[in-house]
Ligand binder design. Structure first.
Ligand code: SAM
Ligand code: SF4
Length: 318
């Protein structure tokens, strides 16, 4: 399948410390000089678009911590041929940034929120800022984005009492509530592997409380989500089942981290690196040719291909 979706990690920095994400071993952050600067990100992104990408999602770390994120979003939105610009955030800076980001051209926002209870929220994120994230969600709903989605990871024994509460949000708000199966990827998240809550069980819980989920169609670029709707709902419910569903054959996404390394798959090592090429003066055509080579590697990549062994969501961006 042609690559059409780029997940772009802007920074390895984060203001949360989620139990399934940040590494156990405290590592320092990358030096500023190592990170791609705005113009470098925009050049790389334009080359991806030239090579066929239609949708870019900004992620991190926490992408809203990137200096002048609104200016950067505007630069990316101006790339000819880009159809959709979205971002995934923990939401804590959205109360002030939702409107400016929308005005800069961001089409959609995904907010990661795993509990509606302050104490559980703190246990999962290490942060006291539930109220800010909730205000961020409300600000996003008011800012006029084309799509606002909630990314929820249900973990047995931690937040599995809230499945129905999250599903209920899709009745009240024009929100797509997406339940994402948790991946044990680094030492810290591997400790939680027994907390995995499979999609089949989640669906059964939701249907027991609200009745049958109705499949919902609609066009999308590059996502592995299976979409449904509850009767009379303003929003939708989605399931992303990376553990129990095999979707490699329909995957159209690649990833670039904040220092310009390109990953054909979340589980692969980086196979290409753009930063030095850009800094050594490569032309746009050279960059696009190089990216197409990465896309060819991706087209041969499968779940059972060699993996990186150990991945850090907080630098690759999920
Ligand atoms: N900081 C932003 C946020 O939390 O939305 C963006 C970066 S975060 C790495 C991107 C997405 O990856 C989030 O929705 C997060 O829940 C998800 N994620 C992180 N670690 C994960 C894991 N072990 N399994 C599944 N999803 C994970
Ligand atoms: Fe930060 Fe997002 Fe990872 Fe949580 S999931 S630690 S908010 S990067």
């Amino acid at each position: 399948m042609a690559v059409e979706y780029l997940r772009l990690s802007l920074t390895d920095r984060c203001n949360f410390n989620c139990i399934y994400c940040t590494p156990l071993e405290k590592k320092g952050y990358l030096e500023h000089d190592e990170l791609l600067r705005h113009e470098e990100i925009a050049r790389a992104a334009a080359a991806f678009v030239k090579a066929g990408v239609k949708k870019i999602r900004l992620t991190g770390g926490e992408p809203l911590l990137k200096k002048n994120i609104v200016g950067l979003a505007g630069m990316l939105k101006a790339i000819p041929g880009l159809k959709e610009l979205a971002l995934t955030t923990n939401g804590v800076l959205l109360p002030e940034l939702a409107r400016p980001l929308r005005a800069a051209g961001v089409d959609g926002v995904n907010i990661s929120l795993n509990s509606l209870k302050k104490s559980t929220f703190k246990k999962i994120t290490g942060s006291d800022s539930f109220d800010k994230v909730w205000a961020g969600l409300q600000a996003a709903l008011k800012a006029g984005f084309k799509k606002v989605k909630l990314n929820v990871i249900i973990m047995r024994g931690i937040n599995d009492g809230e499945i129905e509460d999250f599903a209920r949000l899709s009745l009240k708000y024009p929100l797509s509530v997406r339940f994402i199966e948790f991946f044990p990827v680094n030492k810290r998240s591997t400790r939680l592997k027994d907390a995995l809550f499979p999609t089949a069980e989640l669906k059964a819980r939701i249907e027991a409380a609200f009745g049958k989920l109705r499949p919902a169609g609609g066009k999308k670029i590059g996502g592995p989500v299976r979409r449904y709707k509850l009767k009379g709902a303003k929003g939708g419910i989605g399931f992303i089942s990376g553990r129990s569903d095999y979707f490699c054959g329909s995957c159209t996404r690649v990833r670039m981290d904040c220092i310009g390394r390109v990953y054909p798959c979340l589980f692969s090592p980086p196979t290409h690196a753009l930063r030095d090429l850009i800094r050594d003066g490569a032309t746009d055509a050279q960059l696009a040719r190089y990216i197409k080579k990465a896309f060819i590697v991706k087209s041969h990549y499968r779940k059972d291909s060699p993996t990186a062994g150990h991945i850090e969501m907080s630098s690759i961006g999920g």
